[in-house]
Design a protein around this ligand. Structure first.
Ligand code: ZN
Ligand code: ZN
Length: 403
C-alpha cells in the first residue's frame, strides 16, 4: 500500500510547526510530520464488516494543508483527544470496492464509494453498537471520537493512498450517473450544502459569502437552491473566483470599502471611523457565511451583520483565535458553528448530505463543472501541497490521481 499520513511524533511535529512559520522549504523535506510510504503492507480486513477500496482519485483540501503545517494549536479542543499515532490523509475520494467482509450487505465488489465519516469514531473505527449520534447519522458528534477501536487496527490508509480499508458503514456509495470527477467533488459539495441547510436564508434575506474557494462557490449554489428568494454578495481577493461565483448564481460582488459597500447594500447607517482602521456602522447583512476562518474574517464578519444577524462559521482553524466580540453581545448576534456534513431534513425527507449532494449533482441542479483545476500523481503529493499552500489565483480544487 502507498499512503500519505500524519505521524504524531512530537519532535517531528515541532519541526513542522517551526518550518511552517519560519522556514517553508523545510516542509518539503523528509522532516515533515506528514510522510509518504510506498512499502506499507496491504492490511487484512480487521473485522467482517470492513471493505477494501482501490482509490481512483482524491481531492486535496484545507485539512491536508493543516496537517502538512501541523497547525492544530496546543490550546485547541482537539489537542487533548487521544488519537492513533498515524492519521491517514485524504477524504474527498472516489474508489472502487475490491474486497468485502462476510458481514457486508450494502456494498459489493465493483461499487464506487467515497469516505463519509472521516476521523470520527464509530464508523471509522468499526465500533458497535454505534453511539446515539452515529446511529442517527450525525457522525460529526460521535461520542467515541477518542475511544479505542474494538480490535487493534493495522495501518488502514485513506483517500491519499492507492488503496485503503474501511468499515463499510463509514462509506457512501457513489451514484452510477456521476463521473469520477463529479464523485471527488461530492464531499466538498456536502460541506456547502450542509451549511446552507444549517443556516437557511429567509425569503428576501441579503447575505454575504466570504471566500470563494471550493466551499464558497458551492455555497452560492446551495443557498439559491434552499432559498431562491435571497440576494447574495460575495467577497474574495481573486477576481476570477468572484466571476465564477457570479456565474454560479451570486448576485453581487462586495467591492471597494467593504463597510461602506455593506452599509449601502443593506440600507445601514453612516460608517464611523475610529483609531487605526477601526470602522463600524449599524445595519448590515442578515447572514454572513464565513468560508475563510481566522482572526480577520471573524473580526470583519461580526461587523458586517445587522442586529440579531447570524454568522455561519464554516471556515475554521483548529486554534484559539482573536477578534473583537463587542458586536456579538451589543447587537445580539447569533453564532452558528458548522462542521462538514451528516443527516439533513429536506422537502420532508431525512437523508445523508451525501445522498442529497449526489441527487442535486445528478439532476443538474448543482454544478461541480470547472472546479477541478489541477491534477497530480500520488507520488507527487508534495507538489500538490506546495501548490495548495501557495494558492495562486487559478487554483480551485487540486486532485490527486491515485493509480
Ligand atoms: Zn475536505
Ligand atoms: Zn459514534
Amino acid at each position: 500500500m502507498r499512503a500519505v499520513f500524519f505521524d504524531k511524533d512530537i519532535p517531528r511535529v515541532l519541526i513542522t510547526k517551526f518550518a511552517a512559520r519560519y522556514a517553508n522549504w523545510l516542509l518539503f523535506t523528509g522532516l515533515n510530520a506528514v510522510k509518504y510510504r510506498t512499502d506499507l503492507p496491504d492490511p487484512e480486513l480487521p473485522a467482517d464488516d470492513w471493505v477494501r477500496v482501490r482509490n481512483i482519485a482524491c481531492g486535496v483540501c484545507g485539512t491536508e494543508s493543516s496537517f502538512f503545517k501541523a497547525t492544530t494549536g496546543v490550546n485547541s479542543a482537539f489537542e487533548p483527544i487521544p488519537g492513533s499515532r498515524r492519521t491517514f490523509l485524504g477524504h474527498e475520494n472516489v474508489g472502487e470496492v475490491v474486497e468485502v467482509g462476510a458481514a457486508v450487505t450494502d456494498l459489493k465488489v465493483g461499487d464506487r464509494v467515497t469516505i463519509r465519516a472521516y476521523m470520527a469514531g464509530c464508523d471509522t473505527k468499526g465500533i458497535t453498537p454505534r453511539c446515539r449520534y452515529c446511529e442517527a447519522g450525525d457522525y460529526n458528534f460521535c461520542l467515541n471520537y477518542g475511544a479505542d477501536p474494538p480490535v487493534k487496527l493495522p495501518d488502514t490508509g485513506a483517500g491519499l493512498a492507492d488503496s485503503f480499508i474501511y468499515p463499510a458503514r463509514g462509506l457512501a456509495k457513489i451514484y452510477p450517473e456521476l463521473t469520477n470527477d463529479q464523485a471527488v467533488m461530492v464531499e466538498p459539495s456536502c460541506v456547502s450544502i450542509h451549511a446552507a441547510l444549517r443556516v437557511p436564508p429567509e425569503p428576501g434575506d441579503k447575505v454575504l459569502v466570504m471566500g470563494c474557494g471550493t466551499i464558497g462557490l458551492g455555497l452560492v449554489q446551495a443557498l439559491k437552491i434552499v432559498q431562491p428568494d435571497c440576494e447574495i454578495w460575495v467577497l474574495d481577493r481573486i477576481r476570477n473566483k468572484l466571476e465564477f461565483a457570479l456565474r454560479l448564481g451570486a448576485d453581487h460582488v462586495l467591492e471597494g470599502d467593504i463597510y461602506e459597500a455593506t452599509s449601502r447594500a443593506t440600507g445601514g447607517s453612516s460608517v464611523y471611523v475610529g483609531m487605526g482602521k477601526n470602522k463600524y456602522f449599524f445595519g448590515g447583512f442578515d447572514k454572513v457565511y464565513d468560508c475563510i476562518g481566522g482572526n480577520w474574517s471573524n473580526h470583519t464578519a461580526v461587523r458586517l451583520l445587522r442586529a440579531r444577524g447570524t454568522l455561519a462559521k464554516i471556515g475554521h482553524h483548529m486554534n484559539a483565535i482573536t477578534y473583537d466580540e463587542s458586536p456579538v453581545w451589543w447587537q445580539e448576534l447569533n453564532l452558528v458553528g458548522i462542521d462538514a456534513h451528516g443527516m439533513e431534513e429536506w422537502e420532508g425527507r431525512r437523508l445523508y448530505t451525501f445522498d442529497l449532494a449526489q441527487e442535486w449533482i445528478r439532476d443538474g441542479r448543482y454544478s461541480v463543472d470547472g472546479f477541478i483545476t489541477h491534477r497530480f500523481k500520488l507520488d507527487d503529493y508534495k507538489e500538490a501541497l506546495r501548490l495548495a499552500l501557495k494558492n495562486p489565483p487559478d487554483v480551485v480544487k487540486i486532485v490527486i490521481d491515485c493509480n
